[in-house]
Design a protein around this ligand. Structure first.
Ligand code: ADP
Ligand code: GLC
Length: 495
């Protein structure tokens, strides 16, 4: 990228498989829905490329057909549509390819929870169009200097660019939101996505005999980022490197951890339309009203004094909910209530349903995905539980702090970077915001929740934790500026 591209504000193509408010399965959607807008506020020309799932096409207005791609390796025909992201107005490029994206279910799985068998082809198409738009083969006048890829679904963009003919290509940044998902497919898949056989080796896209979309990104991207500084360190070693630790340690000079921000407009207890009553740090009456409403809605005993513990999560091994299931019966010996909203692993889902049946009025479990209810839970519960085994960043612990709901978290990844454990020193300097446990054991989790319950009974400590958390700045401002600085560094390295 050449000198004038450096002095001007960067042009960025942000490639993502999900984006809030159009389509969301987890935190990547929240980040894709808010980081590009924050970067645009800093002056960068960021546009987002996303697949045209039914919810995406139904959720946008004023679509404009930009181009029709023919005879790509993945499909005979794909239409490129432009629109604006509802809310922030960020420009979108949407891939309309009904054969690959017009399906019920979520972006990655069919309604029964099984991965779509043609996921390699589906996300190769996302990556391919990303790579075309990031090179001089693009049919558009928008020519990005940076292509910013997110997770394995856009992981082969840097490899496709590396092997593409032509000289004018954007520099690539690959962000890892979760290294546990590596986009691993049989070796033969390489042919289908049009990458040359010579990249199928350790110094390339090969991963223990298979082809990994994510490894392609980690190997060929100009720079790698991940979503918290602590996780950037953790993934350079076992066990959280999930087999990629060697490559990541080797590239540590080009690996940066930038903590996620949150959308402080969407997640604002003083203006949240999903709450029955809004509130702020000086007037917490609304929080009690939301607790009452939540207890009523979920069939819990309507007792304002009983501490209410909340969980909103993918119900998976990563999130440590198996451990919570072990500890919950002991916690319930005391006067506490638990509300859980989530979907995921069928056996764990059933475990939580069983817990609710055994404790009517004390445990409420809703298996499903419900954005509005997730806001009401953040506002209505007293404590938020996030015992994740690993957590690249995590967003709910930040939402919780902003909603005056101190979180209980395991000391891992972004949870360590964003929650300050309460102790006499952190109480005195007003930095304490929650409860952190070190060892991923039932004993430690139980002890930590009991410590939190003791603090809950001490009004002064509790108010101080709530105030500290609600005053923290989790906005994108600083992290977006860090991305912008990184884009500039990457562009200058290309010169
Ligand atoms: P991850 O991306 O690993 O799932 P994050 O904490 O980064 O974890 O983000 C999860 C996001 O998804 C949060 O916005 C959370 O509120 C939301 N979420 C998770 N499960 C549900 C659910 N069942 N219903 C509504 N929102 C959910
Ligand atoms: C992933 C991670 C989560 C992170 C989110 C957004 O899904 O599991 O920790 O907050 O991506 O970056």
């Amino acid at each position: 990228m050449k000198k004038n591209a450096l002095s001007a504000t960067p042009k960025v193509l942000f490639v993502t498989p999900e984006i809030y408010p159009l389509i969301k399965t987890g935190g990547l959607a929240d980040v894709s829905g808010s980081l590009p807008a924050a970067l645009r506020e800093l002056g960068a020309d960021v546009r987002v490329l996303v697949p045209g799932y039914p919810k995406v096409l139904a959720g946008i207005k004023n679509k404009r057909l930009l181009h029709i791609f023919h005879d790509l390796p993945e499909t005979d025909e794909a239409r490129l549509i432009s629109a604006k992201l509802p809310g922030s107005g960020v420009p979108l490029f949407i891939i309309d390819c009904p054969a690959l994206f017009q399906r019920d279910g979520n972006p990655y799985q069919d309604p029964s929870g099984t991965d779509w068998p043609d996921n390699a082809r589906r996300f190769a198409l996302l990556s391919r169009i990303g790579a075309i738009l990031a090179s001089d083969a693009s049919p558009l006048s928008f020519r990005p200097g940076i292509v910013h890829c997110n997770d394995w679904q856009s992981g082969i963009v840097p490899a496709l660019l590396h092997f593409a003919p032509g000289r004018k290509k954007a520099a690539s940044v690959m962000t890892i939101h979760n290294l546990a998902f590596q986009g691993i497919f049989p070796a033969q898949t390489l042919d289908q996505v049009g990458l040359p056989p010579e990249c199928f080796n350790m110094e390339g896209v090969e991963f223990y005999g298979n082809f990994s979309f994510l490894k392609a990104g980690l190997y060929y991207a100009g720079h790698i980022t991940t979503v918290s500084p602590n996780y950037a360190q953790e993934i350079q070693k076992e066990p959280l490197g999930f087999g990629m630790q060697g490559l990541l340690a080797h590239r540590s000079e080009q690996l940066t951890g930038i903590v996620n921000g949150i959308d402080t407009k969407d997640w604002n207890p003083a203006a949240d339309r999903h709450l029955v009553q809004t509130y702020d740090t000086d007037n917490m009456a609304g929080k009690a009203a939301n607790k009452r409403a939540l207890q009523e809605k979920m069939g819990l005993d309507p007792d304002p004094a009983i501490p209410l513990l909340g969980i909103i999560s993918r119900i998976t091994h990563q999130k440590g909910l198996d451990l919570l299931l072990k500890v919950a019966p002991h916690l319930l010996d005391e006067p506490v209530q638990i509300v859980l909203l989530g979907t995921g692993d069928a056996a764990l889902e059933e475990g939580f349903r069983k817990l609710a049946r055994a404790h009517p009025g004390k445990v409420a479990v809703l298996i499903g995905f419900d954005e509005g209810l997730s806001h009401l839970i953040e506002a209505g519960v007293d404590l938020f539980l996030m015992p994740s085994r690993f957590e690249p960043c995590g967003l709910n612990q930040m939402y919780s702090q902003r909603y005056g709901t101190p979180p209980v978290v395991h000391a891992t990844g972004g949870l360590s970077d964003t929650v300050v454990d309460v102790n006499p020193r952190t109480l005195a300097d007003h930095s304490a915001t929650g409860f952190v446990f070190r060892h991923m054991t039932a004993v430690d989790l139980h002890a930590c929740v009991r410590r939190a319950l003791a603090a809950y009974r001490d009004h002064a400590t509790w108010r101080s934790l709530q105030r500290n958390g609600m005053a923290r700045d989790f906005s994108w401002e600083k992290s977006a500026a860090d991305y912008l600085a990184l884009y500039r560094t990457v562009l200058s390295a290309e010169c």
